[in-house]
Design a protein around this ligand. Structure first.
Ligand code: MG
Length: 168
């Protein structure tokens, strides 16, 4: 099994749409970004690519390439999932945290998890999304930015971890 982690930050500007895991979030500001600025999916893509030893999102989808201007990050996540399948990996589980002072994300949680599970072609039970504030501290605390962290475990497709158990 292999572990991977991802971290992403975007600056927030008033009047821009906020999209997290492909879900349009009701808020008065959103990210300034080359793509749709989906900070959660960017952190998840980096965690998956890192676990597979495939570099990072900037390497795979360079922001100098006009093909990725305004692209839905769900398409990037679907491509990352395909890259892992080609390498013979499958997801064990994925856990991620959005760090933002506002808005409250709990109403969107199940829809975000369902989108991620669909893009990764996995069950919603393997995906967990959390949210936290930084108690008013720093760039997330003053609403000038949003951050996300993700961690995942992957394994060779078809690998049975119980096969490692030694008989006592
Ligand atoms: Mg990003």
């Amino acid at each position: 099994m292999r572990i991977g982690q991802g971290y992403d930050v975007h600056r927030l500007e008033p009047g821009r749409p906020l999209v997290l895991a492909g879900v349009k979030i009701s808020h008065d500001r959103g990210p300034l970004a080359h793509s749709d600025g989906d900070v959660l999916l960017h952190a998840i893509c980096d965690a998956l690519l890192g676990a597979a030893g495939l570099g990072d999102i900037g390497l795979c989808f360079p922001d100098s390439d006009q093909a990725y201007r305004g692209i839905s990050s769900r398409l990037l996540l679907q491509r990352v999932a395909e890259m892992l399948r080609v390498e013979g990996f499958e997801l064990v589980n994925l856990d991620a945290t959005v760090i933002a002072e506002a808005p409250k994300l709990s109403p969107y949680r199940s829809e975000m998890e369902a989108n991620i599970a669909a893009d990764l072609k996995t069950g919603p039970g393997q995906i967990n999304i959390k949210a936290t504030t930084t108690e008013g501290l720093g760039f997330t605390g003053d609403n000038s930015g949003i951050a996300a962290q993700a961690i995942c475990l992957i394994q060779r497709a078809g690998f049975d971890p119980t096969s490692l158990a030694s008989p006592l």
